[in-house]
Design a protein around this ligand. Structure first.
Ligand SMILES: Cc1cc2nc3c(=O)[nH]c(=O)nc-3n(C[C@H](O)[C@H](O)[C@H](O)COP(=O)(O)O)c2cc1C
Length: 175
C-alpha cells in the first residue's frame, strides 16, 4: 500500500525541539512525513540533519532549490507547534514564510489540516488569537485548542508544558 503523505509544518516554539515525537506517532499511523519549517524554528530549535534521518526526507525551509526533489502532494497537514505569529498571519492571509505560503494554498485546496498551538496564557488572552482561530475553523481547519487539545500554560512555564503536549491529538485529527 502506498503511504499517505503528511506535511508537518513546524513553527518557532519550544515543542519544535521535540518534533521527533509526532514524526514517530505519524509514521506508526502509516504516514510518510515531510517536514517544512519556519525560519524561527530552524534558527532556535531544529536539528535538520536528525529530522532528515528520521523522516528520510530533507526538511523544506523555502522554495525548492535546483536539484532538490519536489514535495509530493499532501494528503494531510499538521501544524505543530503552531505559534501565535503563524496562526494570526495565516488567518490574515499573510504569506511571508514558505510555511505560510503552503498553508494558504493547502487551505484553499481543502486538504485536511490539524493545528496544535503552543502559546502561554498571556498570548492566549489576546482576543485576536481567538478570532483568528475561528477564521481558520470556518475554513474547515481543525484547531486543537481547549479541552482534548492544547491548553495554555502560564508564562515562563513552557518547559513543563512540553511533556504533556498533545501531539497524538493532532495525528488522530487527520487520521
Ligand atoms: C526560545 C523561544 C521560545 C518561544 N516560544 C514561543 C511560544 O511558546 N509560542 C509562540 O507563539 N512563540 C514563541 N516564540 C516566539 C516565536 O518564535 C516568534 O514569534 C517567531 O516570530 C515565530 O515565527 P514563526 O511563526 O514563523 O515560527 C519563542 C521564541 C523563542 C526564541
Amino acid at each position: 500500500m502506498t503511504e499517505r503523505v503528511l506535511y508537518l509544518m513546524i513553527c518557532g516554539a519550544g515543542p519544535a525541539g521535540h518534533v521527533h515525537v509526532v514524526v514517530e506517532l505519524a509514521q506508526n499511523a502509516g504516514w510518510s512525513v515531510h517536514c517544512v519549517a519556519t525560519p524561527a524554528a530552524v534558527e532556535h530549535f531544529l536539528d535538520l540533519d536528525e529530522l532528515h534521518r528520521l523522516t528520510g526526507h530533507p526538511v523544506r525551509t523555502g522554495y525548492r532549490g535546483q536539484g532538490q526533489p519536489p514535495l509530493p502532494p499532501a494528503d494531510a497537514v499538521i501544524v505543530a507547534p503552531a505559534t501565535y505569529n503563524t496562526i494570526n498571519k495565516w488567518a490574515a492571509g499573510i504569506a511571508d514564510t514558505y510555511v505560510l505560503t503552503q498553508l494558504a494554498e493547502l487551505t484553499g485546496l481543502g486538504v485536511p489540516i490539524a493545528v496544535l498551538p503552543f502559546v502561554n496564557t498571556a498570548l492566549a488572552s489576546n482576543p485576536v488569537l481567538h478570532r483568528n482561530m475561528e477564521v481558520l475553523r470556518s475554513t474547515g481547519v481543525h484547531v486543537l485548542f481547549g479541552p482534548g487539545g492544547f491548553e495554555p500554560h502560564p508564562p515562563r512555564k513552557g518547559d513543563s508544558a512540553m511533556e504533556g503536549y498533545p501531539w497524538l491529538a493532532a495525528v488522530n485529527a487527520i487520521s
